[in-house]
Design a protein around this ligand. Structure first.
Ligand code: CP
Ligand code: NVA
Length: 314
């Protein structure tokens, strides 16, 4: 794949054009096929990538690490509690230093502003491995899973039920870019950050027409009615306070067999994981025949490779 500028970042999905997003998915599908045939491409030979994590991670960290290594590159891991970031060194200073050592930075962090500050001061690509605002690499893997199991053209109706969080925001951004119908149902007071998304989307006149395909409600049953893909995520994202009061309010949004009956019979279930079994989703749904969560988790690896190829390969 060709890049259009000398250094590009992936801080939100909007850093890609819809066409680039689709190309990344198609490259990810290629990498998946290639790995099954035990073939690897050394596109990152001689490249080093820093994996900076300020929050816990299993899937994102391991999949990026393996992706870099299988592409022939080398990864360097930093955890905030064992690096100077955790002692208050600024994102700007960190970015300037890492840019002298490595050819790409993958970072999981809190605020989007910190991520933007880091990217601004870096002369190398920065990839968002989850922020409080969005989780672009996860939704890319989810879209690949939908292509594999439901709709190659990505025009089917997707639903997101539960807490309005980084995943919800990213789904809305994906729907704006690709135009598929999206139904979001969150409890009152826990909506997605629509105003913030609108600020980012303001730069893209072509996306505005797609707001009409996005339904935001507080009704879980209507949220899953007749959809082909049902998504949920934790009620308590990393860094958020856990409370019984919130848990009680969210009960009607639990993805269980009864809620699943409202979706299309052959709807698939996605969850970015980690799941809190018995909370936002029940075991029978997560482990049931409609669940595609393990393929979704595997797809993280193939998508990370495609993202690294697009941004870090020169
Ligand atoms: N889905 C996801 O990002 O998982 P991790 O927190 O384990 O990376
Ligand atoms: N919304 C979750 C996603 C975890 C992958 C969180 O931010 O903790």
């Amino acid at each position: 794949m060709k890049k259009t500028a000398s250094k590009r970042d992936l801080l939100t999905l909007f850093d890609l054009t819809p066409n680039e997003l689709l190309k990344i998915l198609s490259r990810a599908a290629y990498y998946k096929k290639q790995r099954k045939q035990k073939k690897l491409s050394a596109y990152l030979k001689g490249k080093n990538v820093a994996l900076v994590f300020e929050k816990p991670s299993t899937r994102t960290k391991v999949s990026f690490d393996v992706a870099v290594n299988e592409l022939g590159g080398h990864s360097v891991s930093l955890q905030s509690d064992s690096s100077q970031l955790g002692r208050g060194e600024t994102y700007e200073d960190t970015a300037k230093v890492l840019s002298r050592y490595v050819q790409g930075i993958v970072i999981r962090t809190f605020g989007q502003e910190g991520l933007e500050e880091l990217a601004q001061a870096s002369s190398i690509p920065v990839i968002n491995a989850l922020s409080d605002f969005c989780h672009p690499c996860q939704v890319l893997a989810d879209l690949l899973t939908i292509q594999e199991h439901k709709d190659k053209k990505l025009q089917t109706t997707v639903s997101y039920i539960g807490d309005g969080n980084n995943m919800t925001n990213t789904w809305i951004m994906a729907a704006l870019m690709l135009g598929f119908p999206l139904k979001v149902a969150t409890p009152q007071g826990y909506e997605a950050q629509v105003d913030e998304i609108k600020k980012y989307a303001a730069k893209f006149p072509a996306y505005q027409k797609n707001w009409k395909n996005i339904t935001l409600s507080h009704d879980p049953e209507d949220g899953v009615k007749d959809v082909s893909v049902v998504n949920t995520d934790t009620w308590f994202s990393m860094g958020q306070e856990v409370s019984d009061e919130k848990r009680k309010l969210f009960e009607p949004f639990q993805l269980n067999a009864s809620l699943m009956k409202k979706a299309k019979k052959d709807a698939i279930v996605l969850h970015c994981l980690p799941a809190h079994r018995g909370e936002e989703v029940t075991d029978d749904v997560l482990d049931g025949p409609q669940s595609r969560i393990w393929d979704e988790a595997e797809n993280r690896l193939h998508v990370q490779k495609a993202v690294l190829e697009f941004l870090v390969r020169k």
